[in-house]
Design a protein around this ligand. Sequence first.
Ligand code: 0XW
Ligand code: MG
Length: 369
Amino acid sequence: MRIERINVYSMLLPVKGGAYRMASDDVQSLDSTLVEVVTDEGLTGWGETCPIGPVYQPHHALGARAAIAEIAPGLLGQDVASIRLLTKRMDERLNGHGYAKAAFDIAFLDLLGQRLGVPVSTLLGGALTDRVQSYYSLIVGVPDETARIAADKVSSGYPRLQVKISGRNLEEDVATVHKVWEAVGYKARIAVDGNRGLTVAFAIHLDRLCPSIPFAFEQPCNTMEEVATLKGRLTHPVYLDENTEDQNAVLRAISSGIADGFGFKVTRLGGPTKMTAIRDLCAIQSLPHSCDDAWGGDIIAAACAHLASTVEPRRFEGAWIAQEYIEGHYDNANPIIIDNGHIAVPQGPGLGVKPEPGTFGTAVASYGS
Ligand code: 0XW
Ligand code: MG
């Protein structure tokens, strides 16, 4: 099965209900990039990559499409039999840019799964469950209102909450964490996400002002070096998110012992195939982690769900997908949805999601015949 044509699409995904607010940025609309890989056997595979704006991490939509333009011509005529060979081919065309290559990795898995008649989870080592946990991410907001939404989301079935803080005074951040805890207690696991926005001093103060609330402190400061200085000075476990820019960064974080867990983004780490190595490294050290992406529609969501199903449930911190913030679906017959705080893992061959014709309009670039 050889690659005959690659079409690239751009899809604007406006944030439902206004801005999505984090320490690093407020975003209103995200530009997702989709790749459609067409083969000589008539099978089509889909991939997607969608940075959450240009500030959250060193990724941006135009960068993804420029990287795809470098890579795509080199994939034409290639056999979709070995993902390792295709990955090598991509690396021969472009150094780095894992978040763009991730879109192709997802499309190759989709193709191979369809060809072999198995779901992508099987290609990633095999599912342990057919339903995975998600979590609700509470944007930076007024403490009382954040606590009200937290209670509401927990009663709708979410087993985990992520509370965003930073970009304002200590009192408001501390009040938010306390009020969410008072509202939900042990009914949900809690992560408090600084999104790189805190100083080391602020992180230490926040930690000490919330001593008995059992939360994981996610990406409090900007650099891994800053986070490393927190080691031994906090009562709460520390998770890394944005700092896990590639496989090597994860290896460094694990071997230096500075992370007690992770918030992983599948495209940032180069796609589901590269994530399997990271998943297995975390398993060796019993480290908890999520399988999210920064943003994106049903293709990304399906990739996250397949990968998530292969993670040992006791260490799994949820698959965050953007569905709560997006209007509509690419595939209305098989949408990826959060139901009772959980996501059903697609059981059909490949990703189990097929965008309806015309969903993304005209291709912004095409390669091949
Ligand atoms: C909650 N998320 C998974 C969605 C946004 O991309 C931010 C991210 C995070 O944990 O930082
Ligand atoms: Mg995070």
